[in-house]
Write a protein that binds this ligand. Sequence first.
Ligand code: ATP
Length: 403
Amino acid sequence: MAKLNKKTIDDIDVRGKRVLVRCDFNVPLKDGAITDDSRITAALPTIRKLINGGGRVILCSHLGKPKGTYKPELSLAPVAIRLSELLGKDVRFAADREIVGEHAKEAVAAMKDGDVVLLENTRFRPEEEKNVDTFSRELASLCDVYVNDAFGTAHRAHCSTAGVADYIKDNAVGYLMLKEIEYLGNAVEDPARPFVAVLGGAKIADKLAVISNLLEKCDVLIVGGGMAYTFLKAKGFSTGKSLVDESKIEYCADMLKKAELLGKKLLLPVDTAVADNFPDPIDAELDIRYVDADKIGESEMGLDIGPKTVEIFTEALKSAKTIVWNGPMGVFENPKLAEGTFTIAKALASADAVTIVGGGDSVAAVKKLGFADKMTHVSTGGGASLEYLEGKELPGVAVIQEK
Ligand code: ATP
């Protein structure tokens, strides 16, 4: 296992101390109800360890994208209820719009060893995502020890993931973070080869940026999903109404050259499912056709990889010894556009390789198919796992050091 050169919660004595834990409770909600509590259950080992160690456990997290203002529908109140059920003990919820307000201060002051308090959504504060000192100091004022266990946001330098650690002497990483880093670290430090990375999805700008470094580490890079069309455009193909980031066409052309120079395979779709429009609603009945990747019409939109592409991609996966996958191959939420994503998920499940899946939607696809336990590791963080794999030090981990 890769060794993490940081303090973990096994290295600290928390008895009688106020421990602020940054969790990732960014759970999917529908009409105020939690539809998947995996992120809460993933945080339990750390929380239980701290409770059993006699710590006064103060939990914080973001939820959704309130963009610095109070949004009642993004309150963490439902998480407090679910967490209390899972832990089988009281979780006091501090419902302060400003997070570190009167309720939080009073709740923390009243804590006994082993008690648990949950603070309100950290992203209600405009300072959070800008990592502004004022909020970091307020968070720090609540605690003696800081634990970061939010792998999903560890690639962001925010007040609750990084800034707060500057004001606290005792810092450590939690078990979830540790597990993620061990798995991902092993995959990239000395991967069993061939090492194949599969990228897809729609967050093009973020994900294209990791390609340059990933190309240096992997043997084969497979690009599908919404990301592929900027590459196809860079090859001079017309992409119709498909998702394209015009500002990244030159970058993609450079990546094609880089792959060639390094002697790495960069596999792109050779055919694609097209429709006249993006399905609305997303699972709407839809007329689709398959066309070659260089024959996308002006009024057409590429929404999944085609059967010839599926064959090429699955062939490359068969001989792989390490596979990292992030992002679906198409708009898999629509039954007619799910084939590419599902076949890739199946290929990973049956591969004789170390398989790591990251990213909300790729993980959802794998779970839906019942393949989650066939993967070596299902990561809780999409962007974070990619940045770690490409060799970046995550700000949320970098700050955890002995002072
Ligand atoms: P992460 O958690 O790292 O963001 P993810 O697996 O959730 O990873 P995203 O980049 O968020 O992946 O993209 C997922 C979305 O991409 C899905 O909602 C899917 O419908 C969409 N998508 C996939 N292919 C296409 C396409 N060709 N055109 C438009 N959208 C696409």
